[in-house]
Ligand binder design. Structure first.
Ligand code: NAI
Length: 328
C-alpha cells in the first residue's frame, strides 16, 4: 500500500475548510488510491471548531483518511507536509487600507512560509487561497528560501472555472467542450479572463462568440465580480466553489492537464509575456508529473495586452508595498 500523503490545511475551521476537508479525505485531491494524513492548522480560537470538524471526518469512516492532527503551532502543522493549502487569512474589514491588509496578512504568511521552509517535506507543494492570494503567496515564498520558488502557487482556478461556466452558458456548449481558457494576472477585480485562445467544441471561442461588446461589458466583469455577486446572493462568500477550485488546482498540478488543454495557476513569473520575473501572476499552464510549465508562444492582441498589463501593474504595486513593509 502507498505511504500516506501529508496534507496541511490552514483555516481549517472556516467555511472553505469545511467544504474542503471532506473532499480531501474522500480522495478527490490526489486520487482514489492515495491515503492521506490531515494536519489542521488554526488559530487558538479556531481549535475547538476544528476538533468538531475532525469528529465529523472520523464519522465518515473514509477509507483513505489515516489520521488527523489539529494544532495552532505552524511548526507542527507543516511537519512533513507534502501539500499545504493556505486558506486562513485576515479578511479586509471596513475602513482597512491596502497597507493594513497586506501587513496583517504578512503577519500570517511570513511565519507560515518560514515554518514550511523549516518543517515541510522536500516535495512540498503550496497553494495559497487566502486573499490577497497572489501577494500572500509571494510573502510565504520569500520566507522559504530553501524551497524551490515554483512550489508556491496562488489560486485563480475559481476564476478559471467561473469563466468556463459563463462561456458555456453564452455559447450553449457543455463545460467539457470548453478548453484552453486563461486567467491572467491577479486574483482580484483586475484579473483578465482570456477567450482569444480558448476553444468551444474545437472552434476558436472569440470567433464563436463574435461579440466584443459582450466580452468587454458582460463576460469580463461578470467573472471578475462573481465573488461579490455570490456574497450579495448568499450572504456569505464563495465557499464550496472555492474549495472545489482548490481541489481542482492541486489535482491538476499533481495529476496533469489533459492533452490539448491547459489550466490557469498563479505562479512565480519567469518573465514570460512581459510579466516581471518573481511576481506571482496567473498564467496558462500545462502540468505533467507534478510539474507545471507556462504555455509559450501565444499571440497577445491589443485588447488582451492592455488588460494583462493593468492586472500585472496591480501585482507589481502590491509587491512594492510588501517590500516596503519588509515582508519580502
Ligand atoms: P473564514 O473566515 O470562514 O475562515 C477563515 C479561517 O481561517 C478561520 O477559521 C480563522 O480562524 C482561520 N485563520 C485565521 N488566521 C489564521 C492563521 N494565522 N492560521 C490558521 N488559521 C487562521 O473564511 P473563508 O470563507 O474560509 O475564506 C478563507 C480565505 O479564502 C479568505 O481570505 C477569502 O478571501 C479567500 N478566498 C479566496 C478565493 C480565491 O479564489 N483565491 C475564493 C474565496 C475565498
Amino acid at each position: 500500500t502507498r505511504t500516506p500523503v501529508n496534507v496541511t490545511v490552514t483555516g481549517a475551521a472556516g467555511q472553505i475548510g469545511y467544504a474542503l476537508l471532506f473532499r480531501i479525505a474522500s480522495g478527490h485531491l490526489l486520487g482514489p488510491d492515495v491515503p492521506v494524513n490531515l494536519r489542521l492548522l488554526e488559530i487558538p480560537q479556531g481549535l475547538k471548531a476544528a476538533e468538531g470538524t475532525a469528529m465529523e471526518l472520523d464519522d465518515c469512516a473514509f477509507p483513505l483518511l489515516r489520521n488527523i492532527e489539529i494544532t495552532d503551532d505552524a511548526n507542527v502543522g507543516f511537519a512533513g507536509a507534502n501539500v499545504a493549502l493556505l486558506v486562513g487569512a485576515r479578511p479586509r474589514t471596513k475602513g482597512m487600507e491596502r497597507g493594513d491588509l497586506l501587513s496583517a496578512n504578512g503577519g500570517i504568511f511570513k511565519p507560515q512560509g518560514k515554518a514550511i521552509n523549516d518543517n515541510a517535506a522536500d516535495d512540498i507543494k503550496v497553494l495559497v487561497v487566502g486573499n490577497p492570494a497572489n501577494t500572500n503567496a509571494l510573502i510565504a515564498q520569500a520566507a522559504a528560501p530553501d524551497v524551490p520558488a515554483e512550489r508556491f502557487t496562488a489560486m485563480t482556478r475559481l476564476d478559471h472555472n467561473r469563466a468556463i461556466s459563463q462561456l458555456a452558458a453564452k455559447t450553449g456548449a457543455a463545460v467539457s467542450d470548453i478548453k484552453r481558457l486563461t486567467i491572467w494576472g491577479n486574483h482580484s477585480a483586475t484579473q483578465y479572463p482570456d477567450i482569444f485562445h480558448a476553444e468551444v467544441a474545437g472552434k476558436n471561442a472569440a470567433e464563436v462568440v463574435n461579440d466584443e461588446v459582450w466580452l468587454a461589458d458582460t463576460f469580463i466583469p461578470t467573472v471578475a465580480k462573481r465573488g461579490a455577486a455570490i456574497i450579495e446572493a448568499r450572504g456569505a462568500s464563495s465557499a464550496a466553489s472555492a474549495a472545489n477550485a482548490a481541489i481542482d488546482h492541486v489535482h491538476t498540478w499533481v495529476n496533469g492537464t489533459a492533452e490539448g488543454d491547459w489550466t490557469s495557476m498563479g505562479i512565480p513569473s519567469d518573465g514570460s509575456y512581459g510579466v516581471p520575473e518573481g511576481i506571482i501572476s496567473s498564467f496558462p499552464v500545462t502540468t505533467k508529473d507534478g510539474k507545471y510549465e507556462i504555455v509559450q508562444g501565444l499571440d497577445i492582441n491589443a485588447f488582451s495586452r492592455a488588460r494583462i498589463d493593468a492586472s500585472v501593474q496591480e501585482l507589481t504595486e502590491e509587491r512594492d508595498a510588501v517590500r516596503e513593509l519588509g515582508l519580502i
